[in-house]
Design a binder for this molecule. Structure first.
Ligand SMILES: Cc1cc2nc3c(=O)[nH]c(=O)nc-3n(C[C@H](O)[C@H](O)[C@H](O)COP(=O)(O)OP(=O)(O)OC[C@H]3O[C@@H](n4cnc5c(N)ncnc54)[C@H](O)[C@@H]3O)c2cc1C
Length: 426
């Protein structure tokens, strides 16, 4: 089956949707997603999205991002992200995103680990759902934007070393040849490769594997973030995140003897290491998190989703500690892109968690990822609009059936490559 579109976006998380909304309205844009549109990590984001509040906070925000990233961040990308943040938040508000407000109507900010000041906009503890559902609603209103669900990219199609579309497997079991002048990979993270992860299991680093196969430049693919606090469960499956903003608002970590053992507001990698050490010393598969320092009304108002979920699992966070354990959470590395989100292959862009523009360095600062995804997805859209007329359409002539199942082997390869690099750097 053949599909022709002007611009193709693979992935309907925050990066894919926002990129689509920033592309010229006279271009036909197709978005595909491997699952349903609601099944993206963007819907799961809890804590919030950062914003530069005023000029006085520029240096501290920049420094917090670099410190969390072990100073391996691309400074230019960090500057672009921070400088673009107010525009992005205003844009989101115009799309109807309902951020929490103070009594005087101004934006209310919260704080998370490794932030030296409150600068995070939020909506209860379901900020990602609030943002992504509003972007999705806006996409659905635009007649040039079309979404196909349950369609999996299995490879990219190339001609003279430029990308001319993709090969995809539809939910109907048919193979599709989708040709497009520009393709944007917005396929999210890699949590599906791990046993313990907060990510959706269908996020199996497909774009990364495909990029590796085509020798597209990758960057820091062993920089994988472990979140220190997910709700412990002996069952298999996606781990439920206990947002860092819970600790930002006063929750503390306790060992088996119910004693504090670390500073809860250090960067995530440092706190995760402290948890592992403590779990080892206690010989337990978890440590305790206590929210006793947060007033009950604040818990119910700011963290209703966490409160409800823990209750369903048998824990009342307003009265008792909950068991928490670190789990894979975020991918700082990815497909190398420049400041316009272009990959090393012509006509191929990447945005969101699957890309690496260097913002996060070795470790991501909390609530920087939604912002980074949106800032650089918009930059991809603007660049493609500028470059669009410099290229012609190429109609690929391929045996599309030959691509059936071709993704299986290289997903294994990407997993072992990540493991190899992680071991090398331990
Ligand atoms: C539990 C949780 C809480 C978080 N909290 C925060 C937070 O508070 N603040 C913050 O800034 N960040 C947070 N993050 C991180 C943030 O949500 C993600 O980094 C961000 O949403 C990534 O957006 P994305 O568009 O790149 O990817 P996603 O939203 O994951 O979307 C990926 C898309 O790609 C599609 N896809 C994947 N492979 C294929 C394929 N082969 N073919 C077709 N489609 C494919 C998927 O179906 C999906 O539509 C959190 C993440 C998690 C998991």
């Amino acid at each position: 089956m053949k599909i022709k579109t002007d611009i193709l976006i693979v992935g309907t998380g925050a990066a894919g949707l926002y990129c689509a909304l920033n592309l010229p309205e006279d271009k036909d844009v197709l978005l595909i997603t491997k699952a349903t549109v609601e099944e993206s990590d963007s819907f799961l984001a809890q804590g919030g999205i950062c914003m530069l509040r005023d000029e006085a906070d520029y240096e501290p925000y920049f420094e917090d991002t670099l410190r969390a990233g072990h100073y391996e961040n691309r400074r230019e990308s960090v500057e672009i992200m921070i400088r673009s943040s107010q525009d992005i938040i205003n844009d989101l508000i115009n799309y109807g995103v309902d951020f929490e407000r103070d009594e005087d109507g101004s934006l209310k900010f919260t704080k998370e680990g490794a932030h030296s000041a409150p600068r995070i906009c939020f909506h209860e503890d379901i900020t990602g759902k609030e943002i992504t559902s509003k972007l999705l609603a806006a996409v659905r209103q635009r007649s040039n934007l079309h979404i196909i669900e349950n369609m999996k990219m299995v490879d990219i199609l190339t001609y003279e070393e430029r990308c001319i579309g993709i090969a995809a497997e539809g939910g109907d079991g048919k193979m599709y040849e989708i040709s497009a002048r520009f393709t944007i990979l917005a396929t999210g993270g890699i949590g599906g490769l791990y046993h313990n992860s907060t990510n959706y299991p269908h996020l199996t680093a497909d774009a990364l594997a495909i990029a590796m196969k085509h020798k597209i430049v990758l960057e820091n693919i062993d920089y994988v973030q472990i979140h220190p606090t997910t709700l412990y469960s002996p069952r298999k499956g996606r781990r439920f995140l206990i947002s860092e903003s819970v600790r930002g608002e006063g929750a503390i970590l306790l060992n088996a003897r119910l004693e504090r053992f670390t500073d809860e507001l250090q960067p995530r990698d440092v706190v995760s290491k402290a948890l592992w050490k403590q779990m080892y010393e206690d010989d337990k598969p978890y440590v305790w998190l206590s929210m006793e320092n947060i007033p009950k009304d604040d818990i119910l108002a700011h963290f209703p989703n966490i409160y409800r979920h823990c209750l369903e699992e048998g824990y009342d966070v307003t009265k008792e500690c909950i068991p928490v354990v670190p789990a894979q959470h975020y991918f700082m590395g990815g497909i190398h892109v420049d400041k316009h989100s272009k990959t090393s292959m012509d006509n191929l862009y990447a945005a969101g968690e699957t890309s690496c523009n260097g913002v996060h360095g070795k470790n991501r600062l909390a609530s920087n990822s939604l912002l980074e995804s949106l800032v650089f997805a918009k930059r991809a859209a603007k660049r493609i609009a500028l470059e669009y007329n410099d290229y012609e359409d190429i109609a690929p002539d391929v045996d599309i059936e030959a691509y059936r199942g071709c993704d299986k082997d290289y997903i294994k390869i990407v997993r072992s490559e990540i493991e190899r690099l992680e071991l090398m750097h331990k």
